[in-house]
Design a protein around this ligand. Structure first.
Ligand code: COA
Length: 632
């Protein structure tokens, strides 16, 4: 309870916890030479000799005394003096807002819930009402600043983590723009606005007010309203075109369609209601597919396309709870306001809430005097119809193109790895490198997200997992393997610590690039060099998203010839969600997963065969030497 002040709210007769104000460290700007050396170390084994020679010269010139690097570093340091987090705006723009790709598959991660067994439509609606009740409870914890502060686990455990991201879960909206999107935050007003949720059903959108006459709807009321919505969605004559499909298109296209749409006041009002809602609840039709883990993941990622539930979404909203009549449930998340870890915390709360507080519905409430939910209306011009046809085509292509494999590796889990005195995360990362090497005969620039929430407004930086040490290990898997496995694990763990203490290179390089742009300087050669472009083309995009509830997270690849690899290490097994695109001749998710299972087995055999007891303590020494000036 270190982060709390306890008080008693007499009015409600229960004790209330309030978050104490925690002062977070400002994100440091790493030393220039450290970043440049690390940049060369991270890229040198991934490019040709000739290219390396060229890049070395460019880096040397950039970092020379009195050179451009020193000038930009000074400007960045100045920026860090007067901003809470010097990289936040640059990072948000670069990582999300300026990315023009469609949100489903390419950007929005999903959480896949355990399959539900709904026996009837009322079961589904009961589940929805229960879930919405949980959402409202959770939202009031956020609003009352009563959520327990998160503390770092694993490496450098115990530091409090910045809670800023939670405030954006139900209050933000990603507005599409012609060149770049905007992350809009709902303004808090003195008089709280009546809150509402948007329910999507049969591609129609309905406003479900959750506060009526200053009273929050209870679960019974919510159920009644959901039943009314279900009935309204059944009236075929009232059905309108699936406007939500537009939000699944690439961002520039959707921005164009949106500006055309809002010329009409009916459309403007409808869009306004969606943009200001807390979240969406998507009541999906049965998908007609076998509900394997992989198929449920696909249904969450893209809704199964236009002939299934692809139009029953509004991708700009951060939280869309999907409740399929066939029991396929989960959350689709617009990623720009917060990280997967926050999403996990929120959804785990909801699953626990639903398990711990049994549904308060014995039977449906009689039609009460509650005002009926409202269907949102759309005026669809011929131009909008053309946009809709094009968005539908593109979504179908995206659906056809996604090659997904969700698998549970049951050979062993975190426990076995910890017994080897190795970091489970570093071990899985080295196994992913090993797998890539086995499948493709080389290593490629790799992204692993590392949380920098130890710092104010911290989001993530990148652990470049394709280290030279990993290459040495995977190449030499038949000679002196154990020694090299140790070295590769050590390199990965060291990089992790650099990243989570704000000393990684990706955010720093981004800062140097963007501040040069801001100062209207010519782009430094460092950033027009092929090595730089190659180094940020993340063929392997990875992330650990652990859960304590029975669910998993997944997402798509970030480049056309790449893999998305999300993993969830558990005590005795590891869930891997690997994605790629079918139209890339280079990739195959099935092959990757099959190879990964083999690599994990080989690494286990290696560890078991060798006595590793004598090795451990080396792991942290290198890093603490490097970042000793930075203590928590
Ligand atoms: N010997 C034995 N045990 C070890 C060990 C070693 N050498 N090194 C680590 N461990 C233990 C840890 O103490 C920890 O124990 P716990 O399960 O009791 O907490 C456990 O192994 C896990 O630690 P590790 O595998 O090293 O990973 P981590 O939890 O520190 O995670 C990152 C590393 C990079 C994933 C984490 O710092 C991070 O940034 N997470 C956020 C990722 C993210 O943002 N994902 C969502 C993106 S949208």
């Amino acid at each position: 309870d270190a982060g709390f002040e306890k008080g008693t709210s007499k009015k409600h007769g229960r004790s209330k916890c309030k978050q104490k104000t925690i002062i977070y460290f400002y994100l440091p700007v790493p030393p220039l030479q450290q970043t440049l050396n690390m940049y060369l170390k991270c890229t040198s084994h991934l490019i040709t000799e000739e290219q390396l020679k060229k890049t070395k010269a460019i880096v040397e010139k950039f970092g020379a005394p009195g050179g451009m690097g020193e000038f930009l570093q000074k400007k960045l340091l100045e920026r860090s003096e007067h901003t809470a987090n010097w990289v936040y705006d640059y990072w948000l723009e670069d990582m999300y807002l300026s990315n023009r790709l469609a949100l489903p598959v390419n950007s929005s991660p999903v959480m896949v819930f355990p399959k539900q067994n709904f026996r009837s439509q009322s079961d589904t609606l009961r589940f929805a009402a229960h879930l919405i009740s949980g959402v409202l409870e959770y939202k009031s914890l956020i609003d009352g600043r009563a959520l327990p502060v998160d503390y770092a686990r694993g490496q450098l455990a115990g530091t409090p983590l910045c809670m800023d991201q939670y405030n954006k879960v139900f209050t933000s909206y990603r507005l599409p723009g012609p060149k770049t999107d905007t992350l809009v935050a709902q303004k808090s007003t003195v008089m709280p606005e009546p809150e509402h949720i948007i329910v999507a059903c049969k591609n129609q959108f309905f406003v479900l007010d959750v506060v009526i006459n200053f009273r929050r709807l209870n679960e019974k009321d919510l159920y009644t309203q959901l039943e009314r919505i279900r009935k309204m969605s059944d009236i075929e004559e009232e059905r309108l075109p699936p406007i939500g499909l537009l939000t699944s298109d690439d961002r520039t296209q959707w921005a164009e369609a949106r500006s055309m749409l809002i010329k009409d006041s009916t459309n403007r009002d409808s869009i306004d209601m969606i943009e200001r809602c807390l979240c969406l609840v998507c009541l999906d039709e049965p998908s007609g597919t076998e509900l394997t883990d992989t198929n449920r993941a696909l249904l969450m990622l893209h809704g199964g396309g236009t002939d299934k539930n692809g139009g029953n979404r509004w991708y700009d909203k951060p939280m869309q709870f999907v409740i399929g009549a066939d029991g396929s449930c989960g959350v689709v998340c617009e990623h720009s306001p917060f990280e997967g870890i926050v999403l996990v915390q929120c959804t785990e709360y909801l699953l626990r809430y639903m398990r711990g507080s049994p549904s308060k519905l014995v039977r449906a409430a009689s039609m009460s005097e509650l005002p009926a939910p409202r269907q949102l209306h759309w005026k669809c011009s011929a131009d909008i119809q053309t946009f809709l046809t094009s968005s539908a085509d593109k979504l179908q292509r995206l659906v056809k193109n996604l090659d997904m494999n969700v698998s549970k590796f049951t050979g062993y889990g975190k426990e076995f790895i910890k017994k080897q005195k190795m970091s489970p995360d570093a071990y899985v990362q080295v196994a992913l490198q090993f797998t890539f090497y086995r499948c493709h005969g080389c290593l490629v620039p790799t992204y692993e997200s590392a949380s920098i929430r130890r710092f104010q407004e911290g989001r993530v930086d990148n652990i470049r997992s394709s280290t030279p040490e990993a290459l040495a290990f995977v190449k030499a898997m038949d000679v002196e393997k154990m020694e090299l496995l140790w070295t590769a694990i050590k390199a990965q763990t060291n990089y992790t610590i650099l990243a989570i203490t704000g000393m990684a290179i990706d955010n720093h390089l981004l800062g140097l690039r963007e501040i040069a742009k801001e100062l209207k300087l010519e782009k430094p050669e460092l950033f027009s060099d092929t090595t730089y472009a190659t180094s940020i083309h993340f063929i392997l995009s990875t992330s650990q998203v652990p859960t304590t509830e029975e669910m998993f997270c997944c997402y798509g690849p970030v480049v056309p010839n790449g893999y998305g690899a999300c993993y969830n290490p558990q005590t005795d097994h590891i869930i891997f969600c690997v994605s790629s695109f079918c139209d890339s001749a280079e990739t195959s998710s099935d092959l990757f997963v099959k190879t990964l299972e083999g690599c994990l087995k080989e690494m286990q055999d290696l560890c078991t065969k060798c006595n590793t007891e004598a090795k451990p303590k080396l792991l942290f020494t290198f890093v603490f030497e490097k970042v000793s000036s930075f203590a928590f």
